[in-house]
Design a binder for this molecule. Structure first.
Ligand code: ZN
Length: 578
């Protein structure tokens, strides 16, 4: 066996030499592939969206894509031929924005979440039940003297009646213990006991980067927009830091689940630091991490690295994550005009245009770009203006910089065309539209909504849209994303006809945004994102035809097989017969 391997190594070395020395026309001769897949419906997602029935993989790359008869030439004595039996194959899916460090939320929860599941909403009754349970069992209770703190996450009051968070809703079940509960995205809330211990009253001014919501009588409601007051948060005993083992376990197990859902590349949006980068490289080197990760790091980590990283085409770093504002649901998103449902308030800025322009310019000079969280129209404008200044300062064109707007939720009419002009990537989350539809119009009104979640308009302008989920804000399942992108509906088919359906993507656009969109955003469109000769063999086998099944069923698709670099990294478990 060993000598065969050695021999094939020598052969491939000779072939490589031949490739290097011969004219391209002489290279077209067939070569024996490791695996040949035939009899499928293969959506290649190449430039013309061509459908093939077969492909061949050798040394982790596609060496042939076409029809079954053409594949025969790649079958040698050692080739494994895989009959797809009419099943569909799509390129490996990307999630262009995910918080992998929270991979532990589902697996080993450290903070109880009141949601029945990620992407589902908890009622007031459910929230109260979870609080009662935690007080009785000690789950979620922090160590320390009585009265002990209970810390939870996951509320979303916009589906409540009335749609308002109030401390009294928690007081009713937790009068004696301080309770702090973060929203499902940015923002948080607390009960009366917590406010009392922190000394927060009607006179307390807003903290830096945050806002204490008060009712019409000036009484704090218990809700905090963006950053909660530090006089409260510093009273909460912290969780013990995670051990190195726990972090590694969460990352490895969390990414295995992502692979099982059809993801082959994820873009980490958690501002990863230098030490964590080094730990992840080690996990790759010992073979524990199998998914490809494109990491958005902290600015200091990028500067310490000194230049972009590509570790064996598995681990990529070329972007710095930053924030220009908060979230829409919590009213932390920054707008040019006041909130329609909260007069006198425009949201919370996080970084100024000058700060972003300075960072972006310095980073471009060492080969990195920026991907900035921008939800409100003012935040998006701040980042676009700053990006433009950095391009002017360095003389680079937009395509070489590929700055991104993470979320890119609400734009203005005048800023929309600037994305195309400046080559800015729109990194958007279709599930956010089908979650935010419960409150977006009341927050910003019908006029601003015309330039919100405008996937279709951006695509028509030629802007590259890369889709993702912002897990654990939304579920990471990429078929949920494809479904929301195509239908603009939730998974109960609501609203009928879709929410602002003219901004839906076609199935082809949605699949492209979930594959080539992500690959482009990470400067890897030459090696990832489609099933084309020469690219790394990342693909997913699904049992139904994504292009023709009823749109309402797209979210139900589950992979039968996920392949990364030619290696089968997931197969659907077979149900044993009883
Ligand atoms: Zn995020």
């Amino acid at each position: 066996m060993k000598s065969v391997k050695k021999f094939s190594f020598i052969v491939s070395f000779l072939v490589l030499l031949a490739l290097l020395t011969l004219a391209p026309a002489a290279v077209s001769g067939a070569q024996e592939a490791d695996r040949v897949y035939i009899n499928g419906v293969v959506y290649t997602v190449d430039k013309d969206f061509i459908t093939a029935s077969a492909f061949a993989v050798k040394d982790g790359k596609f060496v042939y894509v076409g029809d079954d008869s053409g594949a025969q030439a790649f079958i040698g004595p050692l080739t494994y031929v895989f009959d797809l039996e009419g099943k569909t194959v799509i390129p490996g899916l990307h999630d262009a924005h995910v918080h992998i460090r929270y991979g532990e939320r589902e697996l080993y929860p450290r903070i109880p979440d009141i949601r029945p599941g990620i992407g589902e909403w908890a009622s007031v009754e459910r929230m109260q039940e979870v609080i009662k349970r935690c007080l009785a069992t000690g789950e979620g209770m922090r160590p320390g003297p009585e009265p002990r703190w209970l810390v939870l996450s996951g509320w979303m009051s916009d589906v409540w009646d009335p749609p308002v968070f109030r401390k009294e809703l928690i007081d009713a079940v937790a009068p004696d213990n301080p309770v702090f509960i973060s929203r499902y995205t940015h923002g948080s809330g607390a009960n009366s006991k917590a406010l009392e211990l922190a000394g927060i009253t009607r006179e307390t001014p807003d903290p830096p980067g945050g806002h204490i919501k008060k009712d019409q009588n000036g009484e704090p409601t218990g809700e905090f927009v963006e950053r909660a007051p530090s006089q409260l948060t510093r009273l909460i005993p912290p969780l013990p830091p995670m051990t190195d083992y726990e972090r590694s376990r969460n990352l490895v197990e969390g990414t295995q689940l992502a692979i099982a859902s059809g993801l082959t590349t994820i873009h980490g949006a958690s501002m990863t630091g230098y030490e964590e980068v080094q730990r992840r490289i080690k996990l790759y080197d010992v073979g524990l991490l199998r998914i490809r990760i494109n990491e958005m790091v902290r600015e200091d980590a990028a500067k310490k690295l000194g230049k972009p990283l590509n570790h064996n085409d598995k681990y990529f770093i070329r972007s710095v994550k930053a924030f220009a504002d908060g979230a829409l649901g919590s009213r932390g998103a920054l707008f040019l005009e006041e909130y329609s449902d909260y007069p006198g308030y425009r949201g919370e800025p996080r970084q100024s245009e000058d700060e972003i322009a300075k960072s972006a310019t310095e980073l471009l000079k060492i080969g990195f770009n920026m991907r900035i969280h921008c939800i409100g129209d003012a935040a998006n404008r701040t980042a676009i203006d700053a990006y433009e200044r950095a391009l002017n300062a360095t003389g680079l064109d937009g395509k070489n910089a590929r700055f991104a707007l993470e979320h890119c939720q609400v734009l203005t009419a005048e800023d929309v065309p600037r994305l195309a002009e400046l080559g800015i990537v729109a990194s958007m989350q279709p599930l956010h539209a089908t979650e935010d539809m419960h409150f977006a119009e009341s927050r910003i009104g019908p006029e601003r909504l015309k330039y919100a979640y405008i996937w279709s308009d951006l695509l028509d302008l030629g802007v590259v849209v890369a889709t993702g989920t912002d897990y654990s804000v939304s579920p990471y399942n990429p078929f949920y994303t494809l479904h929301a992108a195509v239908t603009r509906q939730d998974r109960n088919n609501n609203p009928p006809g879709g929410w602002i359906p003219e901004q839906a993507m076609t199935r082809e656009e949605a699949l492209r945004a979930a594959t080539m969109g992500g690959a482009y955003a990470m400067f890897a469109e030459d090696i990832l994102g489609s099933i084309e000769i020469g690219k790394l063999a990342d693909f997913v086998v699904i049992p139904v035809d994504y292009m023709t099944i009823p749109a309402e069923d797209i979210w139900k698709i589950g992979p039968e097989m996920t392949v990364i670099g030619g290696e089968v990294v997931y197969t659907k478990p077979v149900q044993a017969q009883k």
